[in-house]
Design a protein around this ligand. Sequence first.
Ligand SMILES: [Zn+2]
Ligand SMILES: [Zn+2]
Length: 340
Amino acid sequence: MKAAVVRAFGEPLVIEERPDPEPGPGQVRVRVEASGLCHTDIHAAHGDWPVKPTPPFVPGHEGVGLVEKLGEGVTHLSAGQRVAVPWLGRACGRCEHCLSGWETLCEQQVNTGFGCDGGYAEKMLAWADFAQPVPEGVTAFEAAPLACAGVTSYKALKVADVKPAQLVAISGVGGLGHLALQYAKIAGATVAAIDVTDDKLQLATELGADIVIDARKQDAGKELKEHGGAHAAIALAVNPAAFEAVNSGLRRGGKLVMVALPAHGTIQVPIFDTVLNGTSVIGSIVGTRQDLAEVFQLHAAGRTKVIYETRPLASVNESIDAVLRGEIKARVVFDLGAGR
Ligand SMILES: [Zn+2]
Ligand SMILES: [Zn+2]
């Protein structure tokens, strides 16, 4: 089977021929159909963050495909079943976080495409308990972006505790933002979408944004304040200045939910305004298995639209460059060609 491998940080990925991986106890082997390109994969491949994977490794945490082989002890999945293999490859199931519904904070977690090989491959392994069944009516190409971009933005809105009639700012209308916008609308909120490219501002309008802010020409914080200030701002743009801009646009009691992970990111949080206005700054990382099940359920019910373009895995390096240049409207999904 073919896999796109990071051999050294910052170097182009290499397409390698590898033997099919053998599932161990509790694992399954998945024949990958579709695999999304998330910005996190690029940070992993570049070794951008304080925590780094160990090369050689296969990135990708939006792999979706068909279960091909069951490891020992796996009884709840069957061969041929479609599953998604998300960032949360496994968690311990026993710690304070796992037991309190916050498995995404488990310190023993293994992350797909980071701590173990991921979905940029024709075949991959998954821990069966964390491989999420994809419901009927959701294609592999739609399920792939939902497995990270979808669940991460959905969880951010839960963390923000968005309610109907609230104003929610979505900063960055890309792979995550285009879905965050739709979840905010489902929650009943008025949505202000902020971006810096015509394409993405246009996409925001098409997806039903009530207010569209062009951060090249407009001060996002000031614009939000003119609408009374945001109850919640979801920071999805990989630019620390964009975090500060929306933080300044919160109304009293508002919440800044940080989701994007710039390689080197620090923001200034004004103490006086934060105290006086009672605002919060919260980090939110991916979502639980239950969150992902809900994301798939909403999509199967026809309530969300996934914008993506398909490309062959062989284009992995050009695709990464295109994402870094901001040329991709929402999501690149690699077509692994399984089942054809
Ligand atoms: Zn991701
Ligand atoms: Zn745990």
